[in-house]
Design a protein around this ligand. Sequence first.
Ligand code: TXA
Ligand code: MG
Length: 340
Amino acid sequence: MYWKIDDKENIDTQIEQAATLLRQQEVVAFPTETVYGLGADATNSAAVEKIFLAKGRPSDNPLIVHVSSPHEVSKYVQSIPEPAKKLIAAFMPGPLTVILESNGVIAENVTAGLETVGVRIPDHPVARLLLEKAAIPLAAPSANRSGKPSPTNAVHVHHDLNGKIAGILDGGQTGVGLESTVVDCTGDIPMILRPGGVTREQLEAVVGKVMVDPALVQSKDKPKSPGMKYNHYEPDVPLWLIKGNANFFQKKINQLTEQGKKVGVMASGELAEQLKAPITHPCGSRQNLSEVAIQLYDTLRSFKQTEVDVILCEFFEEIGVGQAIMNRLQKAASRTIVDK
Ligand code: TXA
Ligand code: MG
């Protein structure tokens, strides 16, 4: 089923149909404010198994559970420590996932056998209505084939998963463009396992000190979030991050072109207009990294193998949401950074 949510009259029927499929243990893709999710009943392991199959996702990578209210969060965890309470009050609904001790109600394949569970309340009208109507917690990873850039519109979902899932709710373009921030709240001090839509600065303004998983900084450390060890967000052609000014960037374009390579450039409007390359896809403004976040995955997906051999991408400043942008780009580039 493909439901295009564009008509207020139909929305109740469309969501009711999607909710019915979910209650029948099928998987349905739906929009959230971050990226599209691929949902299934989080209390039913057979339903959840279908998510792993459709995505081709490794089974040791746990899924985030989506619920509709803070009260719902408390149904699936042993307790909510004080810092987590503050984070929930401040950022939910919104692009934040908290990791808490599971009470065992959520199916074991959702948590990949861990004692903990990641929970979030999405801030998107379609996701909220769907959770309300289905009246079940939804396990939902991003609705892309494993390893590919996350989907920020229904065309991306359709491209990756058509024929493999029971339905797609098309709610248009997502808002934030990057996934939720994952914060482990099981220790004394909250720890960011994956940077995302809520920045470290915003978290610290609410709970004081927040740590960052050392593996996010040092590639030799083992990440505490199982999913962070896999290749992710990879476009169809190799991506290189270019650290340097416009002259340096242009030199790299010229060198590769001379070697017979078709070069694609992904850069802010400010940098793009200073460069000459066969194909350039600008992705927002350096002055407004939220714009870059919104366009990031769509731009990564827009380079086709038939058109370019390599994508050269700007190295963005790692402040605010820039931290999440560079986390995703470094993974998309398998850490290929060209700086001399
Ligand atoms: O914005 C989002 O979070 C999107 C939308 C659909 O909600 N979802 C999403 O899910 O990005 P996914 O599966 O693509 O990424 C989930 C991340 C993975 O890195 C996973 O390892 C981590 O969250 N995670 C989930 N449960 C965990 C747990 N119990 N402990 C540590 N990490 C966990
Ligand atoms: Mg994902």
